[in-house]
Design a protein around this ligand. Structure first.
Ligand SMILES: [Zn+2]
Length: 163
């Protein structure tokens, strides 16, 4: 069952990222896809009717894009967009720089000490905290520092998780 009746359950800052992902998926189907459906019917350079986007939302500070069954190529496009969402402010769409700073501290925009985990730029974080009466502080949580999250996720451009 598609949950798309809920709309996109994430901030407007990821609009361009999601739009591009949808365009890339469409482009793949229309120019490269050749497949066989559940009843043995064949598809050539078209979007098969069994393909659907089930849910688009924010979870643990990242984009989650759920689809029905699809070729590996489509899943790879989605994985890349989901990783990229860690570097885009979910509120305003600003592209963020992550990495080790001159003082040696790791800096990301993954905010895991809020009541709700979010990926925000400094400006949007200040607004977000002010609206909730919370003090601004230079950002890095103990947990994030210990596991280098999400730094390791981006190491080498592929998902290496925290181990
Ligand atoms: Zn922002």
């Amino acid at each position: 069952m598609s949950l798309m009746s809920f709309g996109f359950e994430c901030g407007n800052g990821w609009y361009k990222l999601i739009y591009k992902l949808c365009a890339d998926i469409r482009e793949y189907y229309l120019t490269q896809y050749e497949g066989v459906g559940y009843e043995g019917e064949t598809y050539y350079h078209e979007i098969p009717p069994h393909f659907s986007v089930e849910q688009v939302k924010e979870k643990w500070g990242a984009l989650c894009f759920y689809i029905s069954a699809a070729p590996e190529f489509v899943h790879e496009l989605i994985r890349k967009a989901e990783l990229k969402s860690y570097t885009i402010c979910e509120h305003c769409g600003k592209e963020l720089q992550w990495g080790i700073q001159s003082d040696g501290a790791y800096r990301s925009f993954y905010r895991d000490e809020l009541p709700w985990i979010l990926t925000l730029c400094d400006e949007c974080l200040k607004v977000h905290l002010a609206e909730r009466g919370l003090p601004f502080k230079p950002y890095i949580s103990d947990w994030q520092y210990e596991v280098c999250a999400p730094y390791q996720i981006f190491k080498g451009g592929k998902n290496e998780e925290n181990n």
